[in-house]
Design a protein around this ligand. Sequence first.
Ligand code: SF4
Length: 281
Amino acid sequence: MAQAQPDRKLMKRLLHQVGRAIQEFGLVQDGDRILVGISGGKDSFTLLYLLQRLRERAPIRFDLVACNLDQGHPGFPGRQLEEYLRSQACEVRMLREDTYSVVKRLTPEGGTTCAVCSRLRRGILYSAAAEMGCTKIALGHHRDDLIESLLLSMLFSGKMRSMPPKLRSDDGRNTVIRPLCFASEADVAEFARSAAFPIIPCDLCGSQENLQRRRVKRFLSDLEQEHSGVRASLFASMGNVLPGHLLDARLYPREGQTGADPWIDGDDCADPAPLLATARF
Ligand code: SF4
């Protein structure tokens, strides 16, 4: 299958961002065997493409296994996807588990299917990675996914958390990495367009995308139109946490305990003036 030539300038920027994520968070080590989760969407195709380019020029050796899970969604073009992946000169593993029927059975009429669906998918990918001797699982979540997840968690779960660039599973068997964490969704979408990846529509399952995520996405887009840079600021805040200005008692040293001083941030950063100068809420 012939591959279109992707936008070179964009590729340079994305490669730089992936390289930065790998360096800053220690995502890839010499000898790693990395399962790259391929859903058939723009993000995972872009991730695979960029990791392949980095692998060609990296001073360390690591292997990639492009892995797709066909979840049994009606009309899923598994054969075409496999053909494309095999044309990309990397190891390919196609899995098939009918989670679609399970999700349909377990979800009440009108309920959101994504939570059950993604939990099942994660379990299958984790087992496959362990069985194939993969040391890491790379997923295509980008900067905007991280920003939306942060807001979703704060708004609906009462926790300040997002999708970390590197996460060890509870049982210690798997490590998930997100090399696209510094890349914007707009860049990834434009890159995928220029490379003409054979993208599979994401509505095959018949479910609407998670409703709350869609609302948060819309909210951010509206806000961004009014105040350009709010997404970038939210993203920056995840790398600039001041625990002494929050309310988590677990982060405060107890009486007589040595350790980080929660007030080390001082009180300058609590001054709202610089924010109020630019914001008009
Ligand atoms: S959109 Fe469909 S395939 Fe994707 S997680 Fe939700 S239910 Fe699963």
